[in-house]
Design a protein around this ligand. Structure first.
Ligand code: AMP
Ligand code: MG
Length: 313
């Protein structure tokens, strides 16, 4: 794939928005770091984000929207959210709130969690892109997994050229630090320190933030071993089918549901959570799962399948 560099003018925004509309990925500047954007409603686009970054895990992504009003379409709002959003949005603060049912967002964007991380960015280029596109944009940092976050278009090019459709070049990022992430479903909790100091947040709330300690069960929701387990036991790497089993297939096999008959890992990732739910609804005695190649996105799929198959507490 040839990665285009777009300038932040009318033609550049139109082109970037059109690419997002086709499910392609566009890197764009925010006041924190460059984000790797994809349509948050499109499973394939979100799967491409994980693929382009080479992420070994499906951790939930931050969804970017142009305004508080749009944010309220996706999450259940509360007083703390109101106070903080009035004080700090647009800006480098992400709020984690309960996901509204029928939000229309990809299950991959939340890693199938009941909560959503959402933010209104302040950077004029990010704002303009969100307005032109007119939809929610999932965007982790635009760097390969494990590498330093990019604060210029050149950093993005160095890491992701050839793996994404376009880079919207808006110059260097001002903050250069990731957004501060707050959990607001419950007691306001600092989930990740970042560009907005916690003192400022505590002053606006009029109360101290609970801290979130590494090792706490909630640190990384996606890492709780059997968080995503369907009701039925699962048998992985199934090359044959036992009696009382339904097959969640991959590749050219005869299956109840097939993650990707063509053997495409991006398509399989896009279908993963939705198909686990569908399988569950069929109430099989056991779910057998075809072997998934353990490279590229296959590693993240296998990671998630192993958690789903882990013995239940
Ligand atoms: P990045 O997109 O690379 O800036 O990382 C996003 C961060 O937000 C990760 O550390 C996620 O674990 C965290 N995050 C996203 N969604 C949620 C959520 N629903 N609950 C808790 N943390 C979240
Ligand atoms: Mg990152």
């Amino acid at each position: 794939m040839k990665t285009q560099t777009l300038t932040p003018d009318r033609a550049g925004f139109d082109c970037a928005a059109a690419l997002l509309g086709e499910g392609q990925l566009v890197a764009f500047p925010t006041e924190t770091v460059y984000g790797l954007g994809g349509d948050a409603r499109d499973d394939m686009a979100v799967a491409r984000i994980f693929e382009a970054k080479g992420r070994p895990r499906f951790n939930p992504l931050i969804v970017h929207v142009p305004s508080v009003d749009v944010a309220k379409q996706y999450v259940t709002w509360n007083d703390d959210a109101d106070r903080l959003a009035s004080a700090f949005w647009p800006g480098p603060m992400t709020l984690v709130l309960p996901l509204k049912p029928n939000s229309g967002l990809s299950t991959l964007v939340t890693a199938d969690l009941p909560t959503l991380a959402i933010r209104v960015p302040e950077h004029t280029v990010a704002k303009k892109l969100l307005e032109t596109f007119g939809g929610p944009v999932a965007a982790p940092s635009a760097n390969p997994s494990g590498k330093i976050s990019p604060t210029s278009a050149a950093h993005v090019t160095a890491g992701l050229s050839g793996r994404i459709a376009a880079i919207l070049d808006g110059g260097p990022c001002g903050v250069g630090l990731e957004s501060t992430i707050l959990g607001l479903s419950d007691t306001p909790t600092l989930l990740r320190p970042g560009g907005l100091p916690s003192e400022a947040i505590e002053a606006a709330l009029g109360a101290p933030l609970a801290r979130h300690h590494t090792g706490d069960p909630l640190t990384a929701p996606g890492q709780m071993t059997s968080h995503y387990a369907p009701g039925a036991p699962m048998r992985l790497n199934a090359t044959d089918l036992h009696e009382n089993e339904m097959l969640l297939g991959f590749g050219s096999v005869d299956a109840t549901l097939n993650l990707s008959p063509a053997g495409d890992l991006i398509e399989a990732a896009a279908n993963l959570f939705g198909y686990l739910h569908k399988m569950d609804a069929l109430e099989p005695e056991t779910i057998a799962v075809s072997p998934i190649p353990d490279h590229g996105l296959g590693r993240a799929i296998n990671d998630r399948l192993r958690r789903a198959a882990a013995p239940r507490p």
